[in-house]
Every structure is written in C-alpha cells, then in structure tokens.
Design a protein around this ligand. Structure first.
Ligand code: G4P
Length: 555
C-alpha cells in the first residue's frame, strides 16, 4: 500500500499524483460461468452511477445494447469472450474493474487480465459453491498473493448452508475465510444481512427491488450495538433473530478476528452474502470492499520493487484488434504500474528501446471510449497500436524496467487453416498475424522452403471458432479449419547453439516441424510418446514448453 511519501506541500503535482493513486482500486471478478458475474458487474456500475439501466451490460436475448461484450459471437452465445475494462467512480474512489471472460476456454486471456489487477472478487453461486473455473482462476490470484473477497450470490434461492460454504472455500481453496456479512434467513425468506464489522443489519424489502431497478431495494442499514441489541430483535421476527444470534456467536467463538495483514497477503478472504439480481447485500459489500481493498501497491520488476509513486511505468496485458469495425484499429491495453500518465507523453518502449508518443489514450466504458488527458497508477488505458506492441511489453518514462512475466500457456488444440478464396491470401495473412499478436491464437507456418497452409494453435477449442468468425467479419476472409491430431508444441533449439534441422523431424516421422510468428523453430507432437521418441532420436536438441529463450531464425 502507499505509505505517505516524502512529499511536501511545495510539490503539488506529485502530491496530487499520490492522492489520485490512493483513490484507485483495480480489481477483477472471478467466477464460474452463470454464478452471476454479469449481474454483479452491472449492479456495481449502477451503484457507481456509470450506467442508468440494469440490463445494459449484457444483452442476453436481445435486451438493451451490450456494454461489455464487443463481438457478435459473444452476443449470439451469451458468453463474454474478451475482457473489457470498466471504470466507474464510487464514493470518491476511482474503481477500475477488469472484466474477465467467464468461459472456460478463454482462460489465457483471463490469466493475463488477473495479472493486471490488484485484487479479486470471487463470486460463488450459493447452491454450487466452489466450481471448476473458480478453482483455476483462484489459483492465479493465490500465486500472486492478491487480496481476495468472496461474494456468495443468489441467496434468494435455495442453496447450501453458509457454514458449509465457508468450510468448502477453506478446505478446497486453502484460504481462511472471515464472514463479514451473515445472512438472515435464506432462499425465498432471505431477509437481509448482519454486518459483523460494522455491527449493523441491512434489511431488504423484496417487493421493492428488481433486476431492472436502478436504485435497488436495500433499506438503509439499522445500526445496532451488537448482536444482543433489542433493536435488532424488533427488526426481525423471533425465529430469525434467534438463529442469526446463535450463528453470529458461533462465528465469534469459532473464528479468528479479522486480520488486515492476512487479508492483504491473500491468506484470508472476507466473505459476503447477497443476491446481485435483487440488489440484496451489494451495497454493504461494495462499501466494505472500498474500505479494505488497497490502492495500487509496489510491483515486482527485474530492478526490484517499483513503488506506485515512482515515475511512469506500465505494461501491455492485452491487445485487441478491430474493437471498432468502423476504424479498423488495434488497441493495446496498458496497466499503469507507477506514476502519472499524460496525453501525448513520450515514453520508452523497453523491448525495442525506442521512444513512442502516446497520442490518443482512451479509457473505457466498454464501447464508449473517452480520450483521457491523464491517468495514474492503477488505471488501464487503451493506446493505439500501429503494430509495435506485444503482450508483456513495458513502457516507462525512461528506465529499462521489465515486470514479472505474464504467464503464457502452450496451446492444446491445433488446426490447419485452409483458405477458401485464394485471391484473399494477403488479407488472410494479415488477419491471422494480427490475431496472433493479440494473443488470441498462436500461429505457425511450415518451415522455409516448403509450401503449405498455416497452422493455428489455441488453448481452448472455442478460440479456433472465434478465429473463423472474426476472420470473416473483420477481414472478409472465409476459411476452413481442419483439426490436427496434435496435442502440444515444443520450441526446439540445439544445445550447442547451432541451427536445428527441422527437415530431420519430417524424415524421421517424429512430429510436425513448423516456425512460429517470430520465426522460431517449433515441432508439434501427437502425444507424449512421440515427444519421447523425438528426444531419443535428437539427443542434441532441447524441447522447451514455451518460446522463451529460443532464438528466432530471423533475429
Ligand atoms: P455470469 O455472467 O456469471 O455467467 O452470470 P449472469 O450474471 O449472466 O447470471 C446467470 C443467471 O443467474 C442469470 O439468469 C441471472 O439473472 C441469474 N442471477 C444472477 N444473480 C442472481 C441472484 O442473485 N439471484 C437469482 N435468483 N438469480 C441470479 P438467466 O436466466 O440465465 O438469464 P437472465 O434472463 O435472467 O439474464
């Protein structure tokens, strides 16, 4: 967290930067599809005043215009594929919500987005508890030791016992849980929550709320001096009171007191209960979230920790082509890690050591893009990319800094790309190269001197479908993908630094040789058995899971 830096009032610009950074809260919501992420996101935006009408975030079944989904395919399928960045104010704070795709196939994009966040909200369906996708995403947050909040959703529906859910999060995810709010009744009778830290009850009026209401149905919290306060008893009926009292007592005696230190280290998760759809428990959650969630902290780099109040630095965590079909542009999403950014600023692109002027940075309320004049550590800005940026690239005021590498995953699905109209070969190449730079897919071509179709590699099968769809709608290229019986790729290099003879893999019939977009030699294998054979045949070759460290033939 930001410690009061050595600043004096005679340094007003720096002081303001510090104030602005302190206001930032940059986080992501992680969940299994259908837990209610879209609904919760929408409610957070409503509470922040960023949108006026619930239902604007995702237009399932053709409701209002979609805000956070960009692509037709997403709308058709009702899933969110690309991550978007949503900024909204809340009680004097500047919230940056990095929206992560919920579909299991798009995990790679989600991992990168989590890398750009400072904390996460883990959303659970009260009937389902910890699900497969939640576990995967949680692991990334845990690795990064991020503060994690838990919101148990759909409390208006029959679900599991809250104590059960606490136990499951603790045992399955290996993190401590501190229930901050506790439900009063559940299911159809769900009446409200008791806020343990504030000693306040929030009661709800089920008749008033509704998924299309902007204001929500929460009744102003009733402050009580504690669980014994007679006021609490008069607010809910005898039965409900007895139960919440017993449970609250059990929580006090059985659990530890809330530890800010353990929370910040990602060791204990504050848990909240509610129903996003009915605006139940969202405000008490959001308010406590704002109190506990830290502003941007120092980031690990190759030259040590970079404090958020240091001079400008940031990294590209996502590249998106053709966000706006009318403009045919490519946008690089940059997470600012330190300092202040100013429109038109000249920064250093560390990988190429070249200066770049950032002329028209934008912030996002999804499709609505606004030019920003300034931005601060914690913010995400979109910058026009003329084709120079790659995921993981660092931008700085002048130092050569590299941040922790963004995790990269090797593809598991491969397909040969057969073009239907040979007249559009140029567009095909351009389109596929752009999608590969975005990180949507990995692209390979046959080694030099051999004719053949390009090969696509993706972490999830759905990504391949997206490529076919986007190539048609964005580049007007029809193509057919023929799945290949390959399971994984290995980047190959010679132990002695010499050049690998890719043709030898063909001759020995062990794997399919290719080169990646940057000209690095790669071999695709049908399975572990084939890799073992290749390792036995080519004793002088190193088979690496990622491209890192493999020298490009062109470089
Ligand atoms: P996702 O983005 O995590 O995939 O979930 P989404 O918000 O789309 O919610 C999935 C379904 O769960 C939706 O119903 C949504 O209305 C419902 N839902 C979300 N929060 C709550 C809640 O607090 N209580 C209850 N009872 N339901 C909730 P759907 O029928 O799939 O779509 P829709 O027609 O309602 O949009």
């Amino acid at each position: 967290m930001l410690t009061p830096a050595v600043l004096t009032m005679d340094d007003p610009k720096k002081l303001r930067t510090l104030e602005e950074i302190r206001r930032r809260r940059t986080f992501a919501i992680i969940s299994h599809p259908d837990a209610g992420k879209t609904t919760l996101t929408e409610k957070l935006l409503l509470y922040g005043g960023a949108i006026q009408l619930a239902g604007a975030v995702k237009a399932k079944r053709g409701r209002a215009a979609a805000v956070s989904d960009w692509m037709d395919i997403e709308r058709e399928r009702g899933i969110s594929i690309t991550s978007s960045v949503l900024q909204f104010p809340y009680h004097g704070l500047a919230m940056n919500l990095l929206d992560t795709p919920g579909h299991a196939d798009f995990s790679e994009d989600t991992y990168r987005t989590l890398h750009a966040a400072d904390g996460a909200v883990m959303l659970l369906d009260c009937a389902k508890g910890v699900e497969a996708q939640t576990k995967k995403l949680f692991r990334v947050c845990k690795q990064r030791k991020m503060p994690i909040f838990t919101f148990v959703n759909k409390m208006d529906r029959p679900g599991r016992e809250p104590f059960d859910l606490v136990g499951e999060v603790e045992s399955v995810l290996g993190i401590g849980v501190f229930p901050v709010t506790w439900p009063i009744y559940r299911g159809a009778q769900f009446r409200g929550v008791y806020h343990r830290l504030r000693r306040e009850v929030f009661l709800f009026d089920g008749k008033k709320g509704g998924s299309t209401q902007a204001s929500g149905a929460e009744v102003v919290g009733v402050t009580v001096t504690g669980i014994d306060d007679p006021k609490l008893r008069s607010e809910i009926d005898e039965d409900g009171y007895r139960r919440v009292r017993e449970e609250a007592e059990l929580l006090e005696t059985a659990g530890d007191a809330f530890s800010m230190e353990r929370f910040l280290a990602g060791d204990v998760s504050p848990m909240f209960f509610g129903s996003a759809m009915n605006n139940f428990g969202v405000a008490p959650f959001l308010d406590t979230f704002c109190e506990l969630m830290p502003s941007p902290t120092a980031r690990v780099s190759n030259v040590g920790l970079i404090e958020p109040d240091a001079e400008f630095s940031g990294f590209v965590f996502k590249i998106q082509a053709n966000m706006d079909k009318a403009h045919r542009d490519r946008v690089a999403f940059v997470r600012i890690c330190s300092g202040r950014f100013e429109r038109g600023m000249k920064v250093k692109h560390v990988r190429t050591e070249k200066p770049v002027r950032l002329a028209n940075p934008t912030t996002f309320l999804a499709q609505e893009r606004t030019i920003v004049d300034e931005a601060f550590a914690g913010d995400v800005i979109g910058i026009y990319d003329p084709g120079v940026f790659e995921i993981g690239d660092t931008l700085t005021a002048e130092r050569s800094v590299e941040f922790e590498a963004i995790p990269s995953f090797t593809p598991e699905h491969f397909a040969r790309c057969v073009m239907i109209d040979p007249m559009r070969r140029k567009q095909l190449k351009k389109g596929l190269e752009q999608l590969a730079q975005e990180g949507t897919i990995q692209l390979y071509r046959p080694p030099v001197g051999r004719e053949g179709d390009m090969i696509l590699g993706a972490v999830g099968r759905l990504q391949l479908e997206v490529v076919t769809h986007r190539m048609k709608s964005e580049y007007d290229v029809a193509l057919r993908l023929e799945p290949m019986a390959c399971e994984f790729a290995r980047w190959v290099s010679k132990r002695d630094g010499g050049e690998v003879d890719l043709g030898a893999f063909d001759r020995e019939r062990v794997g399919i040789p290719a080169v990646d977009v940057r000209g690095r030699p790669v071999v695709l294998f049908a399975g572990a058995w084939q890799l073992s054979s290749a390792e036995r045949v080519f004793l002088d070759v190193v088979f690496a899971e990622t491209a890192r460290g493999v020298i490009s033939r062109r470089e």
